[in-house]
Write a protein that binds this ligand. Structure first.
Ligand SMILES: [Zn+2]
Length: 436
């Protein structure tokens, strides 16, 4: 069994930062402490001057395989993950075919097992008629339910269909919360379209209130994807408080995520970026972005919603929605931390501990003995400009191009294995494991 000693790094945990060594035995963290002794034959890594984060977990990525391999595949997408400091990603089911039953899920899991270079889990997709089947399915980290249409053709827009899933699904129900009726209504209303607001905030607010009400009524573990406005966060905060007051032992639970593009870009950037800034839900006004930062304590985790499309597709007359984000998320968050917007411990909580907790990844999210030796070593002083170096994602572009950030990923360990170092992917296809 290979032993590795990581020396002199500054460990970032949600509670504090401390200079300690990490001893890895095989795939697992064996010990943590000051000046640990290297066992005979151990590899020693000097992390002096580096921050050591738990391997990051992205609970919302679109790796496009099967069906969209010209945009991304399990290999290119997980390479992008490693370059961004992520050691686990949770993939969405809106592929082609969509992952909605035992067969499609098993096929995607098998494909990923042979290609992925980081650990990966899958959501099963909700349809109008698979509530019973989805609830009994093993091998998914949760159910993804599109309350409004987005990329792909997964959609459960009606209340009865949504309630069937909310009532039956035993795990986490992650919702794309934009109300389909409202989306349709405002899409055809010229005055909104003319102001460049095809999906105004009310679409999200309506869907979030419905999802919260259903979850509270039916006892659902609800996770709300990509929240974008203060109004949604206020609804979520109230629901959390109500649930906590009412029944501490209940299964009901509400969590939410925010994406880096909604934290670091505004609707004005969309005007500048054109289709490259188009995403669902859309980029919002500066006041909404400010409100997300002011209420970041209600946000449970950061999710990139990495959704690559080729430049050709984005420049076509009917550009699809979605932006890539795996390789820029950590640098953006570290830059914000150095600007005083949040603490490094919060970054570790939002990008590792909490996504692990929400989706039941029991051996991940912490730097502690017994946990998987997933570690991301970061040089907080490294300044770089997004877009100056080529990206690993197949789509090859970023909506953050030209932005100066501070914080670079130096080295990544996946279950004890060095899988990334100084710009190079060292992992072989298939070294990623499919969870659960
Ligand atoms: Zn998404």
């Amino acid at each position: 069994m290979q032993s590795t000693l990581i020396r002199n790094g500054t460990l970032i945990t949600p509670r504090d930062a401390s200079r300690e060594d990490i001893l890895i035995e095989g795939e697992t963290i064996a010990a943590i402490g000051p000046r640990l002794r290297a066992p005979k034959g151990a590899r020693v890594v000097d992390a002096k001057g580096l921050l050591v984060f738990p391997g990051l977990i992205d609970p919302h990525v679109h790796l496009r395989e099967p069906g969209g391999e010209h945009k991304e595949d399990f290999l290119s997408g997980t390479r992008a993950a490693l370059a961004g400091g992520f050691t686990t990603v949770l993939a969405m089911p809106n592929t082609s075919p969509a992952l909605t039953d035992r067969e499609t899920l098993a096929q995607a899991r098998a494909l990923a097992a042979s290609k992925a270079v980081c650990d990966i889990g899958f959501f099963v997709g909700a349809t109008a008629d698979n509530a019973e089947q989805a609830a009994e399915l093993e091998g998914a980290v949760g159910l993804k339910l599109y309350m409004g249409s987005s990329t792909g053709n997964l959609l459960v827009a009606d209340l009865a269909g949504q309630a069937a899933h909310f009532e039956r699904y035993p795990g986490v129900v992650a919702v794309h919360a934009e109300d389909e009726e409202a989306v349709e209504h405002f899409r055809t209303r010229a005055h909104f379209a003319a102001r460049g607001q095809p999906r105004p905030p009310i679409c999200a607010v309506l869907a979030v209130s419905r999802a919260l009400a259903l979850a509270e009524r039916l006892g659902t573990r609800l996770h709300i994807c990509h929240v974008t406005t203060a109004h949604e966060l206020a609804l979520i905060r109230d629901a959390k408080a109500r649930i906590a007051r009412r029944n501490a032992r209940s299964d009901v639970c509400v969590t939410c995520e925010v994406t880096p593009h909604h934290l670091f870009l505004t609707s004005e950037d969309e005007t500048r970026l054109g289709a490259l800034g188009r995403t669902n839900p859309p980029l919002r006004a500066q006041k909404d972005v400010d409100a997300l930062w002011e209420n970041v304590d209600t946000v449970d985790c950061i999710a990139t919603d990495h959704a690559p499309h080729t430049l050709e597709e984005k420049r076509s007359p009917t550009p699809p929605s979605g932006v890539p984000g795996l390789e820029t998320a950590l640098a953006l968050m570290l830059t914000a931390a150095q600007e005083g917007k949040l603490g490094l411990g919060e970054v570790a909580a939002l990008m590792a501990r909490e996504p692990a907790r929400i989706f039941g990844l029991e051996r991940k999210g912490h730097i502690a003995p017994g946990y998987d030796a997933d570690l991301t070593l970061v040089d907080a002083e490294a300044e770089w400009v997004i877009g100056e170096q080529p990206l690993q994602t197949k789509c090859g572009w970023s909506p953050f191009e030209g932005r100066r950030v501070k914080g670079g990923v130096r080295q990544v360990f996946l279950r004890g294995e060095e899988v990334y170092a100084n710009g190079e992917i060292l992992a072989a296809p298939g070294c990623g494991r499919v969870v659960p």
